[in-house]
Design a protein around this ligand. Structure first.
Ligand code: DGP
Length: 143
């Protein structure tokens, strides 16, 4: 992650000027047994590339592309069907974080954003997250 300075992104209130998420000051719930909650709480180390009050983004431990980041809401929500109307701002915020990272990392040739939801989709960590993959060409349909 040459060129990335984690400290630059700590406590940034939002990923993009025009994102009007309402998460500021919220107490985000955690699941003590969730690996991503532990990463959010810094109980497990990770290579963090972005952090604000609503979301965190870090390198995937098992990268499937030269760039493979996980964009994770700080609020614990196991699956897409766990989210509520009140979470709209948080979920939308993940896209703004992705856009911000893509711009800063100059992913000009494209990137893929993936959510694996549920067992058959390959979800292994039950805390909603957005994969951001780039740095190579991807196939379609996905496997
Ligand atoms: P999914 O299969 O869509 O639930 O994606 C989970 C991803 O999380 C998978 O690509 C590997 C990654 N992952 C699992 N445990 C850790 C961890 O402890 N640290 C990091 N950085 N990534 C992890």
């Amino acid at each position: 992650m040459a060129g990335w300075e984690y400290s630059k992104f700590q406590n940034v209130p939002c990923a993009a000027e025009d994102c009007r998420h309402q998460g500021k000051g919220e107490t985000m719930n955690r699941d003590a047994n969730c690996i991503f909650c532990k990463i959010i709480d810094k109980k497990i180390p990770s290579k963090i590339v972005h952090e604000d009050d609503v979301a965190i983004a870090f390198e995937d431990v098992n990268p499937q592309a030269p760039v493979h980041l996980l964009i994770v809401p700080k609020k614990h929500m196991p699956e897409i069907h766990s989210i509520t109307v009140a979470d709209r701002e948080i979920i939308g915020h993940l896209f703004f974080v992705a856009r911000s990272i893509a711009a800063q990392k100059k992913l000009d040739h494209g990137y893929r954003m993936v959510i694996n939801n549920g067992r058959d989709a390959g979800q292994t960590v039950f805390h909603v997250h957005l994969h951001l993959l780039s740095g190579r060409a991807f196939h379609w349909p996905p496997g």
